[in-house]
Design a protein around this ligand. Sequence first.
Ligand code: NDP
Length: 314
Amino acid sequence: MPLRMERSNPNRSYQVVIIGGGPAGLTAGLYCARSRLSTLLIEKGIIGGQITNAERVENYPGFPQGISGIDLGRLIHEQATGYGLETLLAEVTKVEPSPRHNLVSTSEGDFVAEAVIIASGSQFRKMGVPGEDTFVGKGVSYCATCDGPLFKGKTVAVIGGGDSAITEALYLTKFASSVKVIHRRSQLRASKIFQERALAERKIEFIWDTVVTGIEGDGVIRQLMLKNTKNAKMSTLEVAGVFVAIGSEPNSAQWRGLLPLDEGGYIITNELMETKIPGIFAAGDVRHNSARQAITAAGDGATAAISAERFLSL
Ligand code: NDP
């Protein structure tokens, strides 16, 4: 279907442009491409998105032995490109919504899209304490799968009490001599199955009701400054590394002022993944009320694609 391109001089035009290559974006791409819509998926980092940090995904249906996050992303990508999905490694710098002529500017040029599916996911939340930025790559990490092997035989800390923190801690026991899980409360948020595994793991020790107030070192991390949240007592903990796993924040900054966001910055959609702007859809972790699971993101992606197809047929 030809598109008018008078708004700029874009390189190319597509019926659908998908922003983000995690499970939501890839599944949207699979559905759009299979529906014979000309579709471009733009990813700035790694195909698979945050799921690539998961050493083993155990709760994606169809893989009774589990599957590595990298393989899951690769397989969905292979399936989608097999139906004609085009993918581009580039950063989306701006989107100018306009009915059926949305201009998507990227580091690799401009594109016009009749419909846009935002599946830009989320990024790791930082603690925001002194030393955190200084020691990134020198002991501070947000990905145990990536950096865990660097800490063979050493003591590391994991910050957080959710599924991410506990799965990271369990993974790190393969390498580290001791894993200290530091959580701001005395109760974990993580799923029961992960809690049971972590509580039974002799290398894991929990430090409850505690937050990190600073990270100190001399070129590499030496110690964490800790504060007890109940009695305000300060202490230090010697570690070689710290893995921060305290949740994530949506990659939605460029939509502020264009689309309604919730108080956390997540994009508000209806159950059809439609945003306030016709022809612009959102799916996966970037969306308000997402369950933030690979499978629900994939479901969102499928729904967004079906909605986009309906929109394009109007
Ligand atoms: P969550 O939001 O579930 O948990 C974040 C944790 O970090 C909470 O324990 C929270 O404490 C703590 N926290 C938040 N902010 C701070 C802060 N500033 N300082 C200290 N602690 C803080 O995030 P996750 O990344 O763990 O999980 C996100 C989603 O991904 C969930 O839906 C989870 O189920 C899913 N997931 C699933 C996995 C799987 O099934 N294999 C693996 C990993 C994630 P508090 O509890 O006090 O709020």
